[in-house]
Design a protein around this ligand. Structure first.
Ligand SMILES: [Zn+2]
Ligand SMILES: [Zn+2]
Length: 289
């Protein structure tokens, strides 16, 4: 079976963001911002090319070994194109924020310079704190790290879409992305066949996992458990009793609507809080080759 990841494109992002705004007025600020982020990413994606290739034998070998196709640091990121998107995203994010952080101060940060760029990329991918050669608060550093992550995404998306094209899904049933090893951002149960699809938090590729056991550990027995909030029974946090890892999943079997999982992630922030209160941990980071 082949699972195709579809890039929404800017118009679809705009249209679906409108639907989310009507449905989740309490999250209007976050939806509008994330809509801008996604639109900028979709536009950037159109101008990118993937400078990475793998031969078919290597591809099959990795998947059979249960290793993602690439190490995320090996995905080429052209700094010029990156900085263009990064600047646009920084403007969008800082516009609505009450903070000391300015676009100028972020862009002047040496961590973006040629010498330190790869080091910064590694820190962002690993979720490590950015280096402290600035006056930023810990919260501001997290914001910059988040913007950096979002500006990386199209480069990963571009290569991921080419290198996982027509991948046989039965070869990969794990809790991390077959292309880059990234943790899932969220999942969905597909409308027609109930297939559980996860979307990578970094390259946004989709892949399929079985519903009967935990995709994150080998310890789980029986089916996964889930929790949900009374007002939104279609959005659930599926978790494993053994390892305590969860992934939010939206059930589209009963409900026909268009979803963008990055936006769905934004409007289900309360579900994360409920899961954390239960002592559960969200799937994060990436799994190395
Ligand atoms: Zn990925
Ligand atoms: Zn588990």
């Amino acid at each position: 079976m082949i699972v195709e990841t579809v890039d929404p494109g800017t118009e679809e992002v705009e249209r679906v963001a409108e639907e989310y705004l009507l449905r989740y007025p309490d999250y209007s600020g976050a939806i509008a911002l994330y809509g801008e982020v996604m639109k900028a990413q979709q536009e950037a994606l159109e101008g990118l090319e993937c400078q990475l290739s793998l031969d078919e034998e290597e591809r099959q070998r990795s998947l059979l070994m249960g290793e993602p196709l690439v190490d995320p640091m090996d995905v080429p990121v052209e700094r010029g194109a990156f900085l263009e998107l990064f600047e646009r995203l920084t403007g969008a994010v800082l516009e609505g924020r009450d903070s000391e952080l300015t676009v100028e101060s972020v862009l002047a940060w040496p961590g973006l310079g040629e010498e330190r760029f790869e080091q910064t990329r590694r820190a962002v991918l690993e979720g490590a704190e950015l280096s402290g050669d600035n006056e930023w608060s810990a919260e501001d550093r997290n914001v910059v790290s988040g913007i950096f992550w979002e500006a990386l995404a199209p480069f990963y998306r571009k290569c991921g879409s080419i290198l996982t094209f027509s991948m046989e899904q039965s070869m990969w049933q794990r809790g991390f992305c077959p292309f880059c090893g990234g943790a899932p951002l969220m999942g969905l149960f597909r409308r027609d066949d109930g297939l559980w699809l996860l979307e990578c938090s970094l390259c946004h590729s989709w892949w399929n996992v079985p519903r009967a056991s935990c995709p994150f550990c080998d310890e789980s027995e029986g089916s996964l458990k889930f929790l949900y909030l009374e007002q939104d029974k279609g959005q659930r946090a599926y978790y494993c009793g053994s390892c305590g890892t969860y992934v939010k999943t939206v059930d589209l079997r009963e409900e026909d609507r268009t979803t963008l999982l990055p936006m769905e992630d934004v409007v289900t922030a309360m579900l994360d809080r409920a899961a954390e209160e239960e002592g559960l941990e969200r799937a994060r980071g990436y799994t190395e080759r």
